[in-house]
Design a protein around this ligand. Sequence first.
Ligand code: S6P
Ligand code: ZN
Length: 204
Amino acid sequence: MTVPLVHAIDRSSLTLRPPGVGSARHLSNLDGVFADAVARAALLADGDPLVYTVEAVEHREGSGALSYGLGVLQPGRVGEEYFMTKGHAHARREAAEVYLGVAGRGLMVLEDLRDGRAWTLPLEPDGVVVVPGYVAHRTVNVGDEPLAYLGLYPSDAGHDYAVIAEANLRLVVLAGPAGPEVVERADLTARGAVRRAERERSAS
Ligand code: S6P
Ligand code: ZN
């Protein structure tokens, strides 16, 4: 089947016209992504929410072909963490990607697999973010509305989820009292212990 060369982003329904090839990830599909296993189990017991969908338009004609996906990440939290994507690096490591923000308020969490350097960038309507090659990436919805974005990538980039599955990405985005807080994963355990002690003190 021929893939159409023109699509429109319908900003009211956050879908492509004509539709791309859809896929969805619910919380049950995101194992080892969120740090708070207790909060995740509670949400799963309550009905396994939809976390995000992707509508992909993949062109496969030759080695220079480009593809794209419209991602729509729901607002929500698992414990202190905002809803986010599973995250991946490209199987063909040098393949870069461009993200275009469409709706909502997000952050991209990035990590260079060559030297471990990690950083975040805002992903907002009409903002354009470059993810260079060798950089693992995920999106995080830090707002109250769905976060929508278009990711444009070489068709032969491929997804490698395993490369970050064991250690997860280094940076974690938490919902703090004044908005998103970016912390090192290594500091989460200490932070959790302090919170628990505070809760116990105020309960006694
Ligand atoms: C593809 C691009 C996006 C993601 C989408 C879902 O290279 O980066 O379309 O696929 O954000 O994330 P994930 O980590 O589940 O593929
Ligand atoms: Zn990608």
